[in-house]
Design a protein around this ligand. Structure first.
Ligand code: GLU
Length: 614
């Protein structure tokens, strides 16, 4: 029996426990008293929660103690206003400049009367006035729904806190009337004030705050529930204003010392967000002179410095974006090639460059790849996306630019294994019309390599002369035949020429001859049971098709279509029967070569099936 490991907390949990102990003695500051109900709050509650963007929660202290969200609601209701009215309308009503004034200052833009930002009361009341809904109850439901989606559980309003502020919030009421005076709020400001007082009285706990912050860090999707709380396009404006205005007249020092978009409330809560990584919630209701949780500020400052969370820290270098880089000279497709084709590819292969990419593509990771491409001299390029995670808008735009460059230079650009939805959706919209034809998407890297090989092989000979027909002796089928036998075989073959696009072999017809391709390309096409067709393989000069005719006879099982002008030699089943009697050595050599090719094909298929299952 394996001995049980002693239980020990995660280092992150231990860190938070230590932090909580270290700050538990810090008791300066006073609970807010200007809202009578807030004065009753137990002053020493203290909780710290850290939630990751994959929904893991570390918590210590009074993390389930309910308190009123107060101004921490402001960025979220601003997000609701953005969703309900759109950016332009919201920007018309609310500015985006820090005031450097306290939260309840009546700072309106001279002239327009527009509140300077949505994190001070004036801007928050203006945002509440923009929430959509036919009735007050609808608008409250909209706000509660949004806050609940961020928290990942149903939140409600603390009626006592609401009533207490409604009955005493004369200063906010004055702000509401100022907003009406300037036409920022239409008509009676009371409904907007009512909604604002209620949103401030929403009951949360410290864990809710951390999850709300983690939802912002996670692009608007609550990491615990997986549900979207706000459209991703509004995360940027919400976090920007939290960065510049979230901590009232302490915002500059906060960014300097802590460096995380944040929001505090007079209820004692603070949220802080590290985009893409985590959300922090701290609760401690004793406030400093600026109305921020005194202990909350100190804790956030310590966490940020201990864990290196300042958002302006240069990102650590990630893994190299180019996982592998090679040319077709070194690596080939799995497609079988004749010796003549292989020789040609040996000579031309370095004209095709392959970049296997990995990680997330954004400006900093894609730029070195583009630099390498521009410095190179490849005629065709394959970019493989198998191991690429996310491609951001900037990188997509640069890829569209690469496509334009390729189009201008006449270089094919192949993008293999791009997952739909990631890149494709964005890229389609960004490609310039002339760039579209230079881009080819390939479902497999091997298909992309084969595409390039075909292009190289199809290129006309340098002197412009038509490509020579492959001599019979160079084909796999004739390997091992003596010169005499070759002459005898040649005499039995019938020349068969086909135009590009024509059907050479048709499914269902009697299988009465084998074809040896001496110039051009053909595709073997099968019809699928559910309708439609699938290309099974493409064959080029030196290869054989319809060989079942010599072995099993019966009917053709697939169509074979000429992809280019095609030259073949046909060996009829009837002639072959005669050869078996008159030239047994010749016939055996042909059968031996057919069998060797067939077992190679089986080997390749086996490897493919194994790879599929792996
Ligand atoms: N309801 C509070 C007020 O308007 C919110 C202030 C705050 O949390 O900063 O006074």
């Amino acid at each position: 029996m394996t001995p049980a490991l002693p239980v020990a907390p995660s280092p992150i949990q231990s860190y938070l426990d230590t932090l909580h102990r270290a700050f538990s003695g810090l008791s300066h500051g006073q609970v807010a008293t200007y809202i009578p109900e807030l004065a009753k709050v137990a002053p020493d509650g203290f909780g710290i929660v850290l939630a990751t963007v994959d929904g893991h929660v570390y918590e210590v202290g009074d993390t389930r103690l309910p308190f009123s969200i107060q101004s921490v609601s402001k960025p979220f209701v601003y997000g609701v206003a953005l969703e309900d009215c759109g950016r332009a309308r919201v920007e018309q009503a609310i500015g985006m400049e820090p005031t450097g004034d306290p939260f309840n200052a009546i700072s309106l833009e001279p002239g327009t009367g527009r509140p300077l930002n949505p994190m001070i009361n004036a801007g928050a009341i203006a945002a509440a006035a923009l929430v959509a809904g036919a009735t007050e109850a609808d608008r409250l439901a909209r706000v509660l729904g949004a806050l609940s989606a961020f928290a990942g559980r149903a939140l409600d309003v603390d009626a006592a806190i609401f009533e207490s502020e409604r009955d005493t919030g004369h200063r906010n009421r004055a702000i509401g009337h100022m907003l009406r005076n300037y036409g920022i709020v239409d008509g009676d400001p009371e409904p907007a004030l009512g909604l604002y007082f209620r949103q401030c009285a929403v009951r949360v706990d410290c864990r809710d705050l951390a999850l709300m912050a983690a939802t912002l860090a996670n692009g608007g999707i609550n990491p615990a529930t997986g549900a979207r709380a706000v459209r991703s396009e509004f995360i940027e404006p919400m976090l920007s204003l939290m960065t510049t205005c979230g901590m009232y007249d302490f915002s500059g020092a906060w960014v300097y010392n802590v460096g995380l978009p944040a929001k505090s409330g007079v209820g004692g809560g603070i949220i802080a967000v590290l985009p893409g990584q985590l959300g922090i919630g701290v609760y401690s209701p004793r406030l400093d002179e600026r109305g921020n949780s005194a202990r909350g500020v100190a804790v956030c400052q310590r966490i940020s410095s201990d864990l290196g969370l300042h958002f302006l820290q240069p990102p650590r270098p990630s893994v190299a974006t180019v996982r592998a880089r090679y040319t077709l000279q070194g690596v080939r497709s799995k497609r079988r090639r004749t010796p003549a084709e292989s020789r040609l590819l040996d000579g031309l292969g370095q004209q095709v460059e392959v970049f296997e990419l990995q990680g997330d593509l954004r400006f900093a990771t894609l730029e070195p790849v583009l630099r390498a491409i521009v410095a190179g001299s490849a005629l065709m390029m394959v970019l493989d996306f198998k191991r690429v995670g996310h491609v951001d808008g900037g990188a997509t735009r640069m890829l569209a630019g690469l496509a334009s460059r390729c189009a201008a230079l006449g270089q094919p650009l192949l993008l293999s294994r791009v997952r739909r939805g990631d890149l494709l959706a964005g890229l389609d919209g960004m490609l310039a019309p002339q760039a579209i034809r230079s881009v080819t998407f390939q479902p497999a890297l091997d298909a992309a390599l084969e595409w390039c090989e075909r292009r190289l092989l199809a290129r006309p000979a340098p002197d412009g002369a038509a490509r020579a027909v492959l001599p019979l002796a160079d084909s796999r089928l004739c390997r091992g035949l003596t010169a005499d036998e070759l002459v005898q075989l040649q005499a039995q073959l019938r020349r068969s020429q086909h135009e590009s696009g024509s059907l050479i072999v048709q499914r269902g017809e009697p299988a009465d001859a084998l074809y040896l391709l001496s110039a051009g390309e053909v595709s073997v096409i099968v019809s699928l049971p559910g309708g439609g067709h699938k290309r099974l393989s493409t064959l080029s000069a030196g290869m054989v098709f319809g060989e079942a005719a010599l072995i099993a006879g019966g009917q053709r099982s697939a169509d074979v279509r000429a992809d280019t002008a095609v030259d073949c030699w046909a060996l009829s089943a009837e002639v072959f029967e005669r050869l078996k009697l008159e030239q047994p050595r010749l016939a055996i050599t042909l059968l031996h070569n057919l069998l060797a090719t067939a077992s190679e094909t089986i080997g390749r298929l086996t490897a493919e099936v194994a790879a599929l299952e792996g």
